[in-house]
Design a protein around this ligand. Structure first.
Ligand SMILES: [Mn+2]
Length: 433
């Protein structure tokens, strides 16, 4: 038998056997029964107890009530590699355990501040900002601290829908916010430029205790804050909040779970951009509460305006399709919403989409290119070629680029140039489909 990696330092075999035992018993067992079983297998009682203790310290298993042990996490398979991966996850949890001090500190500061604080979110506050703020506000309320969610720079339409469905108080009027409240938590926000109307709340930073909880690259708020937890690896602030609660051993309420879920779904593009960390968080919540993921999706799904839908449908009707037999290129014209049309063409099968908004005295073009194709075809470079013909400027990147020009009369010529440039890039001739 090969040498087992020393994942749990010593007694690895026994620990693995305990985990296998728990797995066979639907992830849970009575402490006494488990110990008796292994003693019956010839292990020393003390060794079994020690192994259980170490597994609990590693957060692999936990005790729910005095007698019941349950698995904290269930790996996909029970080999050592999976357990090692689990170990990495737990190391992050341990790190956050240290970070949980920020919650202690926040609670203490609030207690010295009349049991209150303000929770400030960025302009056009999205569901991650509002959801994280709502979950934190509920957490504080359960510690007898009243907080006000402050959104003086507007909230997004997605957030409005979320609040309609799950009502919470969000303050949007400056007059109703006490400028002297000395504890301010800033959520999902990296720089003061993102909170122009709320900046007065943090101006007198000597007198304020400012906390920052965020997942963006650090901005100027990091410089002025009293304490911060900035983790740019997290895909949503909501996942940071959830992990903070976990390491605080906070018993998540359903309301908090809903807001955290909505925050994660919104900031990960309906989970498409979620990493294991966000998915694990969602799975833990789904395992504990009866929350329907479909319902959460529908709360955040926003119907396009009638005018936008009609514009896109007209654009699709006018669409030309070109191909080399493999790569599909769609070109069309539209009176507005050219970016939406470019996205719609990609969504319906195009590898490259070009949507032009040809007006009397100006032209705007929006392009998209699938990641896979963008290794060969650089749409920004192609739009640059048009700068002379259409008298304008291009911007963006390889996969999403746009163009603004003053010579709309040359659109037909420009279209030919675009197709030629694509042919050059892929080294094949295109045919109209
Ligand atoms: Mn966010």
């Amino acid at each position: 038998m090969g040498e087992k990696p020393n994942i749990f330092c010593g007694k690895c075999q026994l620990k693995l056997k305990i985990l296998e035992f728990l797995k066979r018993h639907k992830g849970q067992a009575l402490v006494g029964e488990l110990i008796d079983f292994f003693v019956g297998q010839g292990y020393k009682r003390g060794d079994v107890k020690k192994a259980i203790k170490e597994l609990r310290e590693n957060k692999v298993i936990k005790k729910i009530d005095p007698d019941l042990l349950v698995l904290s996490y269930i790996p996909l398979s029970w080999d050592v590699e999976e357990l090692e991966k689990g170990e990495k996850t737990r190391n992050r949890e341990k790190k956050n355990g240290k970070n949980a001090e920020i919650l202690d500190s926040l609670i203490n500061c609030c207690k010295e501040n009349n049991n209150s604080c303000l929770i400030v979110v960025h302009h056009n506050a999205d569901p991650d900002a509002i959801g994280s703020a709502a979950a934190l506000s509920s957490f504080l309320r359960r510690h007898n601290i009243s907080s006000k969610i402050v959104a003086l720079d507007g909230i997004s339409s997605q957030s409005k829908r979320m609040i309609e469905k799950f009502p919470i108080n969000v303050e949007t009027e400056k007059e109703n916010v006490d400028p002297n409240n000395s504890v301010v938590v800033i959520i999902d926000t990296a720089s003061s430029a993102q909170i122009p109307n709320a900046r007065f709340l943090i101006e007198d930073k000597e007198k304020k205790k400012i906390f920052v909880l965020d997942h963006h690259e650090a901005g100027d708020l990091k410089e002025i804050c009293f304490k911060c937890l900035i983790d740019s690896e997290a895909k949503a602030t909501a996942v940071i909040i959830k992990e903070l609660f976990d390491s605080y051993n906070h018993d998540l309420s359903k309301e908090e779970a809903v807001f955290i879920t909505l925050g994660i779904i919104a900031d990960t593009g309906f989970l498409r951009k979620a990493s294991n960390r966000e998915l694990l968080c969602i799975c833990q919540i789904m395992g504990k509460f009866s929350i329907s993921l479909q319902e959460m999706f529908s709360v955040l799904h926003i119907e396009k305006d009638y005018s936008e839908k009609i514009a896109i449908l007209k654009g699709l009707k006018r669409m030309e399709v070109w191909s080399d037999g493999e790569i599909i290129i769609c070109i069309s014209e539209i009176g507005s919403f050219e970016a939406s049309l470019a996205n719609a063409m990609i969504k319906n099968g195009a590898d490259i989409s070009i949507a032009a908004n040809v007006k009397k005295d100006c032209i705007r073009i929006s392009c998209r290119c699938k990641e896979r194709i963008s290794e060969k075809v650089d749409m920004l470079k192609i739009l640059k070629v048009l700068e002379e013909i259409l008298k304008g400027k291009s911007g963006g990147h390889r996969t999403a680029a746009s163009f603004n020009g003053e010579n709309p009369d040359k659109w037909e010529d420009a279209k030919k140039v675009i197709l030629e440039e694509i042919e050059k890039a892929i080294g094949k001739k295109l045919k109209k489909v």
